[in-house]
Design a protein around this ligand. Structure first.
Ligand code: NI
Length: 192
């Protein structure tokens, strides 16, 4: 299946709000999800929103395996989430470094809710509801932001906590080589 090119920051299509999916079991939806899976795998991402491949529908995909560098991150199975909703649990937030396939080569320190409940539908139109914490919660919040046209740089609160990976590593902010892939955060988090 085709790997699609990922839109990059500056493309106005990334700033649009995506529309709800109203029809399930269609060949178009199946093809979209396959393309998203292939693209995310090819780009070694841990999450992708449909709008990043130019389809402004409320569909996100995320999932990642166990990474020995980040034993605190439980693996999350590959999940398709359609028309998602997020509800924070409590008020705790934490900051961690994020990247995005639409902002290649860069990282920024982004505060997110530490604990959330998310709900949505799977590709068959069945309900998904999960509680998530830490990195899992972060990925879901990052991907759902894409559906409202929000890219992580606009969530950064401290302007010196954003830059290119090489420069941040040279400055001792990011551990060298410690980032598993793009569109992810590492777990070098701090409470905020
Ligand atoms: Ni992203």
């Amino acid at each position: 299946m085709p790997v699609r090119s990922v839109l990059r920051m500056g493309d106005p299509r990334l700033l649009q709000a995506s529309a709800r999916v109203t029809q399930f079991h269609t060949p178009e939806l199946s093809a979209l999800i396959r393309d998203m899976e292939d693209t995310m795998r090819a780009e070694r991402g841990s999450g992708l929103a449909a709008v990043q491949i130019g389809v402004p529908l409320r569909v996100v995909l995320f999932g990642y395996g166990f990474n020995p560098r980040f034993p605190a991150c439980d693996p999350v199975p590959m999940t398709v989430l359609i028309n998602p909703q997020i509800e924070p649990i409590g008020t705790e937030r934490e900051s961690a470094w994020e990247g995005c396939l639409s902002v290649p080569g860069m990282r920024g320190l982004v505060p997110r809710h530490t604990h959330i409940v998310y709900r949505g539908l799977d590709a068959e139109g069945k309900t998904i509801q999960r509680e998530a914490s830490g990195y899992h919660a972060r990925v879901v919040q990052h991907e759902c932001d894409h559906l409202d046209g929000i890219l992580y740089p606009s969530r950064i609160e401290e302007r010196d906590q954003f830059g290119f990976v090489g420069e941040l590593e040279a400055a001792g902010r990011l551990a060298t080589g410690a980032l598993p892939c793009d569109d992810t955060a590492n777990t070098d988090s701090r409470r905020s």
